[in-house]
Design a protein around this ligand. Structure first.
Ligand code: GRF
Length: 192
């Protein structure tokens, strides 16, 4: 059984986390992207999940883009927003509209290597022996909201960014669904 929550996924990349959620039976009712050519968008089209395209160049500002995206997600009854490889910072109005109901997966053990899309490269370049991934609640402070779950991954002597990222992603695919379960349980008990 997977949590009974209507999920909207925001994605800009390959979409392996999106695919994982769908394959595990989560109710992904909407996918929003700023990169209509990305793998996540292609997957949403393939499996016929409503896809919203919010490329920045269509909007005068990030606030306007997020206002349109917020409206689009609300119309679809989204209850929980999952940032799965979304490479834009969400505006304050968007974060407050979904306060406590936006989670993000980041490929490092936060607060290490916060910010940006190159956390795996930076961890490897820094020579850390242990890295991993984090699922946290999104607040206005980038990559700094309350941590829900983390998983550690050992860095091997001959690692490349690709190999290390692949092992981190295997852990992301485990802890992101677990984090959704935690959020869903918490909101159910709050309702009772
Ligand atoms: C993941 O490593 C995630 O931690 C980061 O972007 C990547 C997205 O991967 N924020 P995918 O598009 O879900 O395959």
């Amino acid at each position: 059984m997977t949590a009974d929550v209507r999920i909207g996924v925001l994605a800009s990349g390959r979409g392996s986390n999106l695919r994982n959620l769908v394959e595990r039976g989560y109710d992904v009712v909407a996918v929003a992207t700023n990169r209509p050519g990305c793998g996540a968008a292609a997957f949403a089209r393939d499996v016929r999940i409503p896809l919203g395209e919010f490329s920045q160049r269509r909007f005068g500002s990030s606030e306007e883009r997020d206002a349109a995206m917020l409206e689009w997600l609300l119309v679809r009854g989204v209850e929980l927003v999952v940032n799965a490889g979304y490479d834009r910072i969400l505006s304050h109005a968007f974060v407050s509209a979904f306060a406590g109901r936006i989670i993000n997966v980041h490929p490092s053990l936060l607060p290490a290597f916060a910010g940006g899309m190159d956390a795996v490269e930076r961890a490897l370049a820094h020579g850390v022996k242990l890295t991993g991934c984090t699922v946290h609640v999104v607040t206005d402070d980038v990559d700094a909201g309350p941590i829900l779950l983390q998983a550690a991954v050992r860095v091997l002597p001959d690692d490349t960014v690709e190999r290390l990222h692949a092992r981190i992603q295997a852990e992301e695919h485990r802890i992101l669904p677990e984090a959704i379960e935690l959020i869903a349980q918490a909101s159910t008990s709050l309702r009772q």
